[in-house]
Write a protein that binds this ligand. Structure first.
Ligand code: NDP
Length: 349
């Protein structure tokens, strides 16, 4: 361990932390995760080696994809192994830089994969320096980060919205859905959100400017949905899957587009949901395309410039549910998977 001096064997640092706190994957959940699937441990902080940086994570992002990484099932990314630190995006400050790091300085605010821990020693590549002087740093995990780019990429590149079209998005008050709806409004579309509960729906309409929002827990949902999309659905931005997907499939217009972003209602399921209205894809000549935002890095710069402008000028609003401390992260993550969050779920470290 380094002494807390400013220079040690070529490493530049402000003050060296001595202990780290991390959350490990303790077991693979079957169905909904429980807190016993996670383990909070103390660890030492390694010195950053050549081309490495030491980041003090300020905020950890909680995202639905993490549920997939807890499972050993085949997917687009490799799972977190039992005993490994949970994967996650973070934003924080650099507290030390190793030899040969010229791109960053101590004190820089950076966003990257810092994982579920207070301090991350990682390769300097893969992090992005951000300006936290005008926009709160946590926004780089939400509308100006991975969820925002997901919304932008799926809507613009797959949905291809045109003025006057009807766009439907579920999980509408969440990190991705809230940006999808606001971007679609900026494109001149009619936007219908679907969200869990009256408060979320009121926020989506009154604060975010959607044209309508329906509570997916309302037993009358199907009837309300038919009334809310009198001209049918041109773009369905798919975040949840299950019965909501079937309902929307039944109202698609010819040549509708479905950016298939996520299926959060199914992530804890132990048996697969059987889609009933699959034939609607054929009869309406629908384009349905799944995508993983991290595979489209070439689109991130354009997306971030546009999103940055919208957030800075208030055209895109956002809301966060902030949980305090790493120890509370597992419960917050478990709750997020079933809608306990209201807006972007983050943990303040
Ligand atoms: P959110 O902030 O929207 O949080 C998840 C939300 O899912 C909950 O708040 C809840 O909202 C909703 N939800 C949970 N269970 C159900 C259910 N049974 N029926 C309807 N809604 C449900 O998360 P994100 O914005 O981060 O993610 C949204 C989706 O986007 C997820 O599917 C995620 O996997 C996907 N995603 C995909 C990416 C990609 O590259 N393809 C990248 C990032 C995200 P409510 O209370 O309104 O029901």
């Amino acid at each position: 361990m380094m002494p807390s001096s400013a220079l040690w064997d070529g490493v530049r640092c402000r003050r060296m932390p001595t202990t780290n706190q991390r959350v490990l994957l303790a077991s693979r959940p079957v169905g909904a995760p429980t807190e016993a699937d996670f383990k909070l441990v103390d660890a030492s902080v390694a010195d950053p080696g050549p081309n490495e940086i030491l980041v003090e994570n300020s905020f950890l992002s909680l995202d639905p994809y993490m549920r997939g990484r807890m499972s050993a099932a085949k997917s687009y990314a490799k799972p977190v192994e039992i005993g490994e630190v949970m994967i996650g995006g973070t934003v924080g400050r650099i507290v030390a830089v190793g030899r040969d790091v010229s791109r960053y300085a101590v004190g820089d605010v950076v966003v990257g994969m810092g994982n579920w821990q207070r301090f991350a020693v990682t390769p300097a590549t893969g992090w992005m320096k951000v300006d936290a002087s005008r926009i709160p740093m946590s926004a780089y995990l939400g509308p100006l980060g991975m969820p925002g780019v997901t919304a932008w990429y799926g809507l613009m590149d797959i949905g291809k919205p045109k003025p006057g079209e009807t766009v439907v998005v579920a999980a509408a008050s969440g990190a991705v859905g809230s940006v999808v709806g606001q971007l679609a409004k900026l494109k001149g579309c009619r936007v219908v959100g679907i969200a869990g509960g009256k408060d979320k729906c009121a926020y989506v309409v009154d604060e975010l400017g959607f044209d309508a929002c329906l509570d997916h827990r309302d037993p009358d949902l199907a009837k309300q949905f038919a009334a809310a999309v009198p001209d049918g659905v041109d773009i369905y931005f798919e975040n949840v899957g299950g019965a909501i997907l079937d309902m929307v499939l039944g109202r698609l217009n010819p040549f509708a587009r479905i950016p298939l972003c996520g299926l959060v209602s199914q992530y804890n399921a132990t048996s697969a949901y059987a889609v009933k209205n699959f034939a609607a894809l054929l009869t309406n000549r629908v384009t349905l395309r799944g995508f993983i935002v991290s595979e489209h890095l070439e689109r991130w710069p354009e997306a971030l410039v546009e999103l940055g402008d919208h957030v800075a000028t208030g055209r895109i609003k956002y809301r966060e549910t902030v949980t305090k401390g790493l120890a509370a992260a597992p419960a917050a993550f478990i709750g997020m998977l079933t809608g306990a969050n209201f807006g972007k779920a983050i943990v303040a470290l």
